[in-house]
Design a protein around this ligand. Structure first.
Ligand code: TXA
Ligand code: MG
Length: 354
């Protein structure tokens, strides 16, 4: 544990201070377009190890390396395929992480012993300025405690990591709100290991044979499947409250939310609802708004907005101290697939089709 963590607005001066910390092998939390990252010099084995310690992250879960220019790729991977280059041209800087063959001199822990390394160029001016000023690629997982909800504000980072990182650069709320898509290009066929902010539909335009890995691993299978991608763990993105996810027609979902909220209240539980704007009026009519706090993430037709508010909505209900969160499922197309994935994992499999 270090001293209390400082939050500084991401001015040029603060970015210069953060870059000096990175060069000295220290940790810095910083905004990207997706979520806040907990960064360290990717080429410094000790600094990389300290990321795992600060997050309480198991050593079998590899990190993403963030770069500011494509020149930095040569330090990370000896083999960048034509497909990788096409995807880079199309999506970088942006929320697409590519899993490539790993440069042999990289710290082993970075890749958790895998022969590959995950790389992306974030589309956020603060992240890019920090990487450029540090003069080194920056390894950064999401800046939350392991398996907790990812942070989309500097305050979220502080709530999880106060005392575990000297400095948080505050760049305001992150504009995308869900993590990058993780695409494995190291095998014969491109495989989407984690759906994210770049949609499968967009990736498939350049990689038509992309395979979407849809398995949710049970924690019991970790050892067997850790080599695939530990981020596939079912228990992930979890708030403290128990999450239940409801899928179905709008009417059926609204009825299930209302009934579930009433039953839980009767049994003495505090319950919160995570809904779409469209659910608000029906739930008001059902009288549920008096018995449970409600957070509407956005309209069903504006999934970009829902993505932006998803993690802060989960955290806000936790802060209100609810025992159970009843959440509606959102359409699983475009960025909606990432939303659906995060909610399913937050629910740890408690998904009900109604
Ligand atoms: O948007 C994002 O990607 C954010 C921001 C900070 O860039 N970062 C992030 O990192 O979400 P993290 O550590 O929370 O998630 C990284 C994911 C994990 O699911 C991990 O298993 C996977 O990427 N991953 C990393 N390296 C890998 C590799 N070599 N092979 C397979 N999966 C890998
Ligand atoms: Mg994470």
């Amino acid at each position: 544990m270090s001293a209390e963590t400082r939050i500084r607005p991401a001015t040029p001066l603060a970015i210069a201070e953060a870059a000096a910390l990175i060069r000295a092998g220290e940790l810095v939390a910083f905004p990207t377009e997706t979520v806040y990252g907990l960064g360290a010099d990717a080429l410094n084995a000790q600094a990389v190890a300290s990321i795992f310690a600060a997050k309480q992250r198991p050593a079998n879960d590899p990190l993403i390396v963030h770069i500011a220019t494509t020149d930095q790729l040569a330090q990370l991977s000896p083999a960048v395929s034509a497909l990788a280059n096409a995807l880079i041209d199309a999506f970088w800087p942006g929320p697409l992480t590519l899993v490539l063959l790993r440069h042999p001199e990289l710290p082993v822990m970075l890749s958790a012993g895998l022969p590959t390394v995950a790389v992306r160029m974030p589309a956020h001016p603060v992240a890019l300025a920090l990487i450029a000023a540090a003069g080194t690629p920056i390894a950064a997982p999401s800046a939350n405690l392991f398996s907790h909800t990812s942070p989309t504000t500097a305050q979220h980072v502080w709530d999880d990591l106060n005392g575990r990182v000297p400095l948080i650069l505050d760049g305001g709320p992150t504009p995308v709100g869900v993590e990058s898509s993780v695409l494995d290009l190291s095998g014969e066929r491109p495989r989407l290991l984690r759906p994210g902010a770049v949609s499968v539909e967009a990736i498939a335009r350049l990689a038509p044979d992309v395979e979407v890995v849809r398995r949710y691993l049970d924690p019991a299978d970790v050892d067997a499947d850790a080599q695939l991608s530990p981020g596939l763990l079912l228990r992930h993105y979890s708030p403290r409250a128990e999450v239940h996810l409801f899928e179905g027609t709008d009417e059926a979902v609204q009825a299930a939310l209302a009934q579930g909220a009433r039953e839980l209240r009767l049994s003495g539980k505090r319950v919160g609802l995570l809904i779409a704007e469209e659910d608000r009026a029906p739930l008001e009519r059902a009288g549920v708004t008096h018995i449970a706090p409600i957070i509407a993430l956005g309209h069903l037709g504006d999934l970009e907005h829902v993505a932006r508010t998803l993690f802060s909505g989960l955290r806000a209900l936790d802060t209100l101290g609810v025992d159970v969160i009843l959440a509606r499922a959102f359409p699983a197309h475009g960025i909606g697939l990432a939303i659906h994935d995060r909610l399913t994992r937050a629910a740890e499999g408690r998904v009900q089709r109604v």
